[in-house]
Design a protein around this ligand. Structure first.
Ligand SMILES: C[S@@+](CC[C@H](N)C(=O)[O-])C[C@H]1O[C@@H](n2cnc3c(N)ncnc32)[C@H](O)[C@@H]1O
Length: 244
């Protein structure tokens, strides 16, 4: 039985199918939120920033390289390294095609500084089996490295530095495994980390990290508490010894 033609399965009518899929996924994700102020990290050519402006968002778009910034006065273009840029105070932060050009330290720092602001990440990730990386094997460490409990592969960008899509001021970047990316975001205070399918490629996907703030948390307690009484706090070892 032939499968019906869907929008996603028909995207190869566009010039670069993965690019088209990324744009579609980005718009779909952004439309879940009420339009507000978006910060687009590593904006590069700025197409995603412009798409967001097209659907009603106020947009600040930043990149360490300004060479590809388009002329679009709806958007505030900022020429800056993400490591030095204050990312607080936005409604949603997008990080598309940048995460895998950063070191683990930078990823931990950004996740922490985002302070629970919804974070849309489109990134390559490390496959458990090196052979499963179909394209980047030459520049990806063969062995999985483990650093502070996070597993991934090192992506060496030494020979890519003349490209305007490359890392900035770091020659090795970190591709976390899917599990470690989720762990890293949870450790930074995110409650829900969603895998958005379809994957962009066999080792690249959109992830949406979100946190449940106090007001939403209290509302959830109220709704769920009707059906599932909240547990008493677990006694500490000292108090349970006292009780005994
Ligand atoms: C692969 S391109 C992605 C462009 C666009 N966001 C997209 O998804 O198509 C990566 C971008 O990240 C930028 N970049 C790399 N390291 C950066 C850093 N430390 N701070 C800011 N931008 C950086 C690069 O200059 C480049 O424009």
């Amino acid at each position: 039985m032939s499968r019906p033609m869907t929008w996603v399965s028909s995207t190869d009518r566009f010039r670069v199918p993965t690019g088209t899929l990324r744009m579609a996924l980005f718009i779909e994700i952004l439309q879940r939120f009420p339009p507000g102020h978006l910060l687009d990290l590593g904006t590069g050519h700025g197409i995603f920033a412009r798409l967001a402006a097209d659907i009603g968002w106020k947009v600040t778009a930043m990149d360490a390289r300004e060479t590809r910034f388009p002329n679009d006065s709806r958007i505030q273009w900022v020429h800056e390294d993400v490591r030095n840029f204050d990312i607080a105070g936005y409604d949603v932060i997008s990080c598309l095609g940048l995460w895998y050009h950063l070191t683990l330290d930078d990823q931990l720092d950004i996740a922490k500084r985002a302070q629970g602001t919804p974070l849309v990440i489109d990134t390559h990730f490390a496959k458990l089996n090196w052979q499963d990386h179909l394209k980047s094997r030459k520049v990806l460490s063969r062995r999985l490295v483990k650093d502070r409990g996070y597993e991934g592969r090192l992506y060496n960008e030494t020979d890519l530095q003349d490209r305007n899509t490359a890392s900035f001021h770091n020659l090795d970047s970190f591709w976390p495994t899917e599990q470690s990316l989720r762990q890293l975001l949870q450790d930074a205070g995110y409650d829900i980390i969603e895998d958005v399918r379809p994957d962009v490629t066999h080792d690249r996907r959109f992830f949406v990290a979100n946190s449940i703030d106090q007001i939403r948390g209290e509302r959830l307690d109220e709704l769920i508490g009707k059906y599932m009484p909240l547990a008493e706090p677990t006694p500490t070892p000292a108090s349970s010894a006292d009780a005994g």
